[in-house]
Every structure is written in C-alpha cells, then in structure tokens.
Design a protein. Structure first.
Ligand SMILES: Nc1ncnc2c1ncn2[C@@H]1O[C@H](COP(=O)(O)OP(=O)(O)OP(=O)(O)O)[C@@H](O)[C@H]1O
Length: 344
C-alpha cells in the first residue's frame, strides 16, 4: 500500500483548515557567478494571495523553483509553518501541501478528467495490484477521486468539459486545467506561475475569478507570479517586489503602485507623473474587463502574451524602459567561492 503524508480521497475532501504561513527566509541562489536571489525574505500569510512581481530576470521563477523544490538554495530557509521545506525533493514538497503550476506547460493529451486524475495520483492509497485487480477498496477509492475531480472541475470553470479532450479546449481553459490539476493535490499553498500569460481579456477575467473562488472556498494561500499588473492589483493582498534578485519592496497593492523604487525599477524613472501608472485594482467583480494592456511595461516579452497584449502605447513605454533601465549591478566575483549547487 502506498501512502503519503496527505490523504484526501473523499468527495468532500478539501483544504478547509487554515494553511500555515509560508516563510521564505534569507534565500540565496547562485548560478555560477550570478546571484539570482540575494537573501530574499517574505512571508505568505495564511489564506492570502501574495504576489511576487519584478522586471524580467528579477528572480521570480528562481524563487518559485526554490519553493517547489526544483532549485536548492545556497543559503536560507523555506518553512511551511514549522516544517522545513528547504532542499526537499519536489514530490515531498507537493505531498506536504505546496502545489505549483508552470508558465508554459499546456497539457494536450487525454480528457480533462484524465489530467485531473493525474493530480490525484499522489493521494492514492490503493496499490498497483489492488487497482489492477479492481478490488472493491480500490474501486471505491477511484470513484471518490473521480467525484473530487468533478468538484474541482466545477470550481475552476471546467465542469462542462470534464469528459472533453484537452486538445479541443480553448487556450484559456487548457491553462485552467493546469491550475485544476495542481488543486487536485489538495494543496495548502498554491504557486501560480503566470496563470494568465497569453490569455485574452475574457480569459484573464475568468481565471481571476477562479483564483478568487478557490482561495475563498478552499481557504488556501496563493503565491502569484504574474506580469499582468491589473490582475496582480486586483487579486493580491500583499505584494513583494524583486529586482536583480533582491527584495526591493513589500506592501499592499496600493502601496506598491505608488512606491518610487518600484516605479524606478519598472520604468527607469522615479518621477511617477511622467510615467505610465500601475493600474488600480477594479473595485467590483463586475468590472471583469481586465485591461489587455499591462501598464507596467516589460523589458522582455512573454512571446504569446506579447502578440495579444502589446499596444503602441505599451511598446513606446517598453522602449523607454529599455533605454533607461539601469544595468544590473556587477556581481562581485569571489574566486575562492566554490560554484553554487545550481551552477549550470
Ligand atoms: N538555470 C540557470 N542558469 C543560469 N542562470 C539562470 C538560470 N535560471 C535563471 N538564471 C538567471 O537568474 C536570473 C533570474 O532569473 P529568473 O528566471 O528567476 O527571473 P524572472 O524574474 O522569473 O524573469 P522572467 O520574468 O523573465 O521570467 C536571471 O538573470 C536569469 O538569467
């Protein structure tokens, strides 16, 4: 029999209890001579949406890789409550309740249900033999997993598509299958890596609603990496800003959008009046038309997003940013230092 630390197989299984806080403490990651994260600290409060933002190359994905176990930090700690996650293998971290989605993985094989059942695999208790022999206990468990899969599909707006091949879904729905599959692990913390990249305005609004719904109904914490500032300002309770691997600022969305250092990092200017603004959060859910133009320009583009979202105004702002964004500080080379564990 196979067991994990977390077994939630019943139809009503879910992450109802408040999740523990996720503490990131002085995390440093080096890739040979480059310090991708430099003693970065922040805490994701239980049940909150915590956005991690920053210009391209700021270290957001590296941070996600540390949180999900894909990257071992040279120094620092990641704690889920009192449990030390630092350096654990990805499957151990997932079993302890931290699930993630990936920026670019869009599933195309099997039906929605098939994909979500893959997400239940880590929670399965029936062994291979019991499943293959279709023993009653294994059949019951399989049924319970399928019921839960249907619930999660409903929650994520995929209820009508459970038996649809993923390849036939729209791009936005396929990306939500990734999100739903992560939820099938019954996480206490959900790491969302650019969940709306490449989506049109309607798909973004739908995904924003899904994130809000799963946070409210499952009571989990969400860590969000996203370039779409409209979405960040709308969803986040707190925002941590990274720049060149360092923590530049932390605060509420409102504090962050006025923060001179943040504006300087994104726009290459400390004069907010001269530059495009970080959008304010929409005040009502009905204001579903998430603007398709990110108002903080990016210095490099996510290819699929660029095709949909870029406008002349943004392009101009992006060019201005490229022209004024300072060069990264040169890493001090310590020739006596051995290469970090993540040296390529
Ligand atoms: N495997 C690696 N080997 C060497 N350098 C890396 C590796 N992964 C990331 N980096 C470097 O670390 C820095 C941080 O990269 P990271 O991908 O974390 O930034 P990011 O904020 O996620 O950027 P983006 O918004 O473009 O995804 C960058 O300078 C990047 O080139």
């Amino acid at each position: 029999m196979r067991t994990t630390g977390r077994t939630a197989t019943g139809p009503t299984a879910g992450s109802q209890a408040a999740p523990p806080a996720l503490h990131v403490r002085d995390v440093t990651v080096r890739f040979a001579g480059l310090t991708a994260l430099d003693a970065v600290s922040f805490t994701v409060a239980p049940g909150s949406v915590h956005a991690l933002i920053g210009p391209n190359g700021a270290g957001k994905s590296t941070c996600f890789n540390v949180l999900s176990g894909l990257c071992r930090p040279a120094a620092g700690q990641v704690l889920l409550g009192d449990t030390d996650l630092t350096g654990l293998a990805p499957h151990r971290i997932a079993a302890l309740g931290v699930a993630r989605t990936f920026q670019n993985i869009v599933t195309t094989e099997g039906t929605v249900a098939d994909n979500l059942m893959l997400g239940r695999h880590a929670l399965s208790r029936a062994g291979f033999a019991a499943s293959a022999l279709r023993l009653p206990s294994a059949v019951r468990e399989q049924r319970a997993h399928l019921d839960r899969v249907r619930e999660i599909a409903e929650l994520t707006g995929l209820g009508a598509h459970v038996d649809t091949p993923v390849a036939l879904l729209s791009y936005g729905d396929r990306k939500r299958v990734e999100l739903a599959r992560a939820l099938c692990l019954e996480p206490r913390v959900l790491l969302l890596d650019e969940p709306v990249a490449g989506m049109n305005g309607v798909e973004r609004a739908a995904t924003a609603d899904v994130v809000r719904t799963v946070r409210e109904q499952l009571g989990l914490s969400v860590v969000l990496v996203e370039h779409d500032m409209g979405l960040v300002m709308r969803l986040a309770d707190e925002v941590t800003v990274l720049d060149f691997g360092r923590r530049l600022a932390h605060g509420t969305p409102d504090e962050i959008r006025r923060h001179p250092e943040v504006l300087r990092a994104y726009l290459g200017t400390g004069a907010p009046d001269e530059a495009p603004k970080i959008p304010e959060a929409a005040e009502t859910p009905e204001a579903a038309a998430i603007p398709e133009t990110p108002q903080i320009p990016e210095t490099a583009q996510i290819p699929e997003a660029a095709a949909i979202t870029e406008t002349t105004e943004t392009t101009k702002a992006t060019e201005a940013t490229k022209a004024t964004r300072p060069t990264p500080p040169t890493e001090e080379t310590d020739v006596t230092e051995p290469p970090g564990e993540n040296a390529p």
